[in-house]
Design a protein around this ligand. Sequence first.
Ligand SMILES: NC(=O)c1ccc[n+]([C@@H]2O[C@H](COP(=O)([O-])OP(=O)(O)OC[C@H]3O[C@@H](n4cnc5c(N)ncnc54)[C@H](OP(=O)(O)O)[C@@H]3O)[C@@H](O)[C@H]2O)c1
Length: 282
Amino acid sequence: MSEVPNITLNDDNSIPQLGFGVFQIESEDTAEAVSEALEIGYRHIDTAEMYGNEKEVGEAIHASGLDRSEVFVTSKLNNGFHEPDAAREAFDRTLSDLGFDYVDLFLIHWPLPTLYGGDFVSTWKTLEEFHADGRTRSIGVSNFQIEHLERLASQTDTVPAVNQIEVHPYLTNDAVRAYGREHGIATEAWSPIAQGGVLDDPTITQIAEKIGKTEAQVVLRWHLQRSDIVFPKSVTPSRMRENFELFDFELGTDDMDAISALDRGEDGRTGPNPDTFAYVPG
Ligand SMILES: NC(=O)c1ccc[n+]([C@@H]2O[C@H](COP(=O)([O-])OP(=O)(O)OC[C@H]3O[C@@H](n4cnc5c(N)ncnc54)[C@H](OP(=O)(O)O)[C@@H]3O)[C@@H](O)[C@H]2O)c1
């Protein structure tokens, strides 16, 4: 079994650097996918209220026979619930749906700077309550830009443990990552293979052929060597295994640099821009 390294967060909690993401897995398929992932050896599951599958994630973890403490579970506050009372109710529901009395990490899913008067600061202070009462071991944010992080730094007491942002070879997002590194915020890279969109890039294909690994393994290894946390999603067991086999090879500096040079800046984004994203599920 692969030996997944742990990363120590700024609150001294540990997170497995490689996990399993469940975005866009239908709720009826989620328990089976998570069970398979746990069987392969994944011990970190990234879900969200928005994904509609927290219940099935919890069911699979309960059914696995693993101790709760052996699996790192992240969930996220949905966009409709930024106001403090709504956030409190939403977090209660998340715990109840998962069937746990705590999560390892709870995130504000999107900053929504154009909604709620842009007041994600009071949302963050509400997450501080959940942290203080022990119902989440760590708290963090997702899709926060530098100015959003600066606002939290100037108006609140807790530095986010992580910032989960879009990162892959076409959007290296290095300015936000550098801010995180300087301020003790670990970067989690979402859509690490750009939902498959980087896998047929000739630079990546050439490196994969040269070292005898798959394109996905090359890209995921690039993330790990940049010290980011990743949780690729797949419902295909062979890919889930492939994505877990990342610890018996290393990319050289030239290959690392060649992949980083694929950055297209904002044009490389596959998801929404956090500065303008204002989607609230109905
Ligand atoms: N915070 C946020 O706003 C945010 C946004 C997006 C994602 N996320 C998190 O990040 C996780 C990962 O991102 P993602 O799901 O968007 O995309 P991803 O992991 O970059 O890519 C998933 C896609 O790639 C395919 N795939 C997976 N492994 C493969 C392999 N070895 N070879 C070829 N194709 C492969 C999957 O297909 P099959 O499933 O058909 O095998 C799926 O279509 C999510 O599940 C979620 O936990 C967070």
